[in-house]
Design a binder for this molecule. Sequence first.
Ligand code: GLY
Length: 370
Amino acid sequence: MRETVHVPLGARAYDVLIGPGLIAESGALIAPLLPRPRVAVVTETRVASLHLAALKAGLTTAGIDCVVLELPPGEATKSWTHLGEVTEWLLDQKIERRDVVVAMGGGVIGDLVGFACAILRRGVRFVQLPTSLLAQVDSSVGGKTGINTAQGKNLAGAFHQPSLVLADTDVLATLSERDFLAGYGEVMKYGLLGDAVFFEWLEGNAPAMAAGDMALRVAAVKRSVEMKAEIVTRDETEQGERALLNLGHTFCHALEAATGYSDRLLHGEGVAIGCGLAFELSARLGLCPQEDPSRVRAHLKAMGMKTDIRDIPGDLPGAEALLDLMGQDKKVVAGTLNFVLARGIGQAFVTSEVPGDVVLGVLEDALAGN
Ligand code: GLY
């Protein structure tokens, strides 16, 4: 039950391995990359308590020594402070230009460690060992690395591709149901943006996948990674098409900002709600069939996920304020709001020609529960 997706980026090409048991085999899989049998592992304490022993055992089996840095869990770790800490720790550990760093964790660790590796000695190779569903299907693949600044999320960073990604689907069993389903928001996004057959497959199979079926988990992660790899290969540095991966994200970023990036709304939950809103907006603009937004929302409901803005606990600002927060999104180009809209399920496209009053109407109705 092991799958490989190749990301064909020339000199920066790499494989994404997907399946159960990869951490146990990590040593044998990483060994071919190493000039000497030693790696530096950066992880966070929660992930370490669950998976570090298995990783160390996997490395030891192949005769690889490791040094380990454990950071605090949570989004606040994606900071200048921890970037400095990781970079200087790697230097203290005498990690050389040809050595390999292993990033084990969710998106926070992958983004932070990837960025540290991009700047360390002007570029050191790293292996992603993503432990959340979101990281397995999105953030560990494609080379976006970075940290948050006082001005916003992911505003300092670099494109730095990993040399290998090991998406061990056994670790998904250690996620809370909420975290798993939040990651599922990104899986569903791939069907909605470019593969109607995959979306239909998810409508039939995602409940059993969420309940634990390993073959379905491997298949869903594989198709997601394949789609990401295809898009990233055509547009590595997001000059155009890669922005499709941001389906649902303009609404999501406004909702995340409005909820203070707190536990009230996880990123993947915001993406899921945002996908529903992007289809609603597309339908109102006469771009996609009227029934598509209902189909997206029906699937989210069937998965037991947050579906509507009103499913977010606590108070939210009004529609005008949310629209304002959408304008802060870093994908704003020369003042116009870039949106990912859809001509139907599996047919997303990027546009900047979205009338603000229609967006406002979508937000007003969503807040009112219409
Ligand atoms: N997560 C969006 C991207 O990698 O482009």
